[in-house]
Design a protein around this ligand. Sequence first.
Ligand code: BDR
Ligand code: CA
Length: 306
Amino acid sequence: MKKRPIIIDTDPGIDDAIALAIALFSEELDIRLISTVAGNVGLEKTTNNALKLLTFWGKAVPVARGADRPLLAAPTNAEDVHGASGMDGYNFPDPDRSNLLTEHAVNAIYKTLNESAEKITLVPIGPLTNIALLLRMYPGVKEKIEAVVLMGGSVTRGNKGVMSEFNMACDPEAARIVFESGLPLVMAPLDVGRRALVHPEDAARIKSMGRTGEMIYALLQHYRSGDINRGLKMYDSCAVAYLLRPEMFEVAETYVAVETTGTLTAGTTVVDLKGYLKQRPNAKVCVDINGAVFRDWLLSALKRCP
Ligand code: BDR
Ligand code: CA
């Protein structure tokens, strides 16, 4: 089978780790590069966490360290959700650093795109700082990007601010650059992540899935997006789910603006489903998900991991 080439831009992050597990062991995806960004925790930690995961699985995907802060916004984090390390709950050994490139993620993404014979899909599951910098530094590289399939934003309300989702709220200006880029965009927002749940019986099944299952189960004990009894929210896996099984989503093609100036709402994605703003659609927004199909898909995808 011809694999779809992707670059994952990430801030691991417990739900990032699960999304990476699924993508790394999918027969349909070819991860050309993992780029890291400051988000859930600082850049050194997110980079180290990406390397720890690759070492755990013995995978030799190149990792490039990216932006250590948002373009303009004050740095923040989500240690309350993922723990101080970003992946609390499992004792990973020191990672093999031979997968770490010396060049900055923006240059590594550019090079990976430029050297590829086919277009590549970008899959950002953290703040959009690296992607915005890429588009500003190398605008011509857009023609090598198949699409941007991202986790972030919200159709309704937020999880960082009242209205803003964490990844967008971390770096509103970067989000605006990406949404105004004209690239084919797919947005998997909070609204679907909130229905992409792992319940206690799912966690028990994950635990029985061998080494990876035990590791993910241990991380889930420390993950604070939702609670295990009402369901833990698998936000970042929604972007990977869209790549692999888009039919589980209901999608609306619409205009999305990113608020950057609101004193209470910076980082809010204004999803204009009713066309008030009279703008052409710039994104496909996942507005609903079949939660039962997602759950079965997630479990069978994780089962593939050794
Ligand atoms: C997003 O914020 C992060 O904490 C998660 O990893 C996910 O990417 C959800 O708002
Ligand atoms: Ca993330």
